[in-house]
Design a binder for this molecule. Structure first.
Ligand SMILES: Cc1cc2nc3c(=O)[nH]c(=O)nc-3n(C[C@H](O)[C@H](O)[C@H](O)COP(=O)(O)O)c2cc1C
Length: 304
């Protein structure tokens, strides 16, 4: 009998689903897909205000109402569960947080899980949150595959903004296509073989996935993400003091966050990248350890 895999995912543009489809091309198993859908969908493309207004609840990891999964889906036996997700504001997207914090997620207890992330390039804190949730649920994280946009930080920021606010993923003007490069999405089929071997009982899946290039991580991004998450964690409660999502009382603070974030990205980020480079030279040994930690799947509190 073929092994059975449950692939849980959320996606707005379809990018994560396309990545999963490519990974499964080389996997001989019965695959059951389950789309994790909010009761009230998030807009795509986003209007700018709704986008920035989603930050506080994403960062504070407050669940929203989700559509129930199909009846009987979670009663079946699965040899492996895949969780395909994307970070929002350095945390799991709200639908993913909502699923992980729901009663339905109790089903993950004792299951082997592979996380598959498709994002711009900042996913470390989100994955730490997912690792923590999986640990609390009693699930076993056995692998992690991360596909990022390989263009330089500022270019990928511009293209992700164009994509989020207009829906346009394809290249336009001087800017390349947004998101994970198509060739990398297609090349994701190389991860199928290690997954197949895991399903046949072989161990050390993450080691084999890393050998195939499952996590490419630039050390400078560890420092930039550490700095950014500290600021998000301060701003989120500051905005929520004025009300919940959509509350007009918090509009001034949401717009302040928007302005500061844009200044941070387009004006301070080049300076920040330079100071991160200096920090990198001074803390090389610690960062080598961090690189090793984030490329792997173990969980330690407060690594970021
Ligand atoms: C509200 C929002 C916040 C985002 N924040 C991040 C982030 O912190 N780090 C990152 O690498 N990408 C971020 N992205 C990009 C997403 O992770 C993802 O690549 C993109 O939204 C496409 O995902 P999809 O599969 O839902 O279409 C963000 C996107 C949105 C819509």
């Amino acid at each position: 009998m073929k092994p059975k895999i449950l692939a849980l995912y959320y996606t707005q543009s379809g990018q994560i689903k396309e990545i999963l489809d490519n990974i499964f091309r080389q996997v001989d198993a019965e695959i059951v897909f389950a789309n994790l859908e909010p009761e009230k969908p998030f807009p795509f493309p986003w209007n700018a205000y709704a986008f920035f207004d989603a930050m506080p609840e994403t960062v504070e990891r407050i669940p929203i109402a989700m559509k129930p999964l199909p009846h009987n889906l979670l009663d079946q036996h699965y040899d492996l569960v895949i969780l395909g997700y994307q970070p929002w504001f350095l945390n799991p997207s709200q639908p993913i947080t909502s699923f992980l914090k729901s009663n339905e997620a109790a089903f993950l207890k004792g299951k082997n899980i592979i996380t598959v992330i498709g994002c711009r390039n900042m996913w470390l804190h989100a994955q730490e949150e997912v690792k923590k949730d999986l640990k609390e649920l009693g699930a076993n994280l056995v692998g992690n595959i991360v596909l990022t946009d390989s263009y330089p930080n500022l270019i990928s920021t511009l293209t992700v903004i164009r994509w989020a606010f207009t829906g346009k993923k394809q290249a336009s003007g001087l800017l390349p296509a947004a998101g994970v490069q198509q060739k990398d999405i297609e090349a994701a089929e190389k991860f199928g073989k290690p997954i197949q071997s895991f399903l046949q009982g072989n161990k050390n899946l993450q080691e084999k996935l890393l050998h195939e290039g499952a996590v490419k991580l630039k050390p400078g991004l560890i420092i930039l993400e550490q700095r950014a998450i500290r600021n998000f964690k301060k701003f989120a409660p500051f905005i929520r003091q004025k009300g919940g999502p959509g509350d007009l009382n918090r509009k001034g603070r949401v717009l302040l966050f928007k302005r500061l974030l844009l200044v941070g990205i387009f004006i301070l980020s080049p300076i920040s990248s330079f100071t991160a480079f200096i920090q990198l030279q001074m803390k090389k040994r610690k960062l080598t350890k961090d690189l090793d930690y984030f490329r792997n799947i173990s969980f330690e509190e407060k690594r970021i």
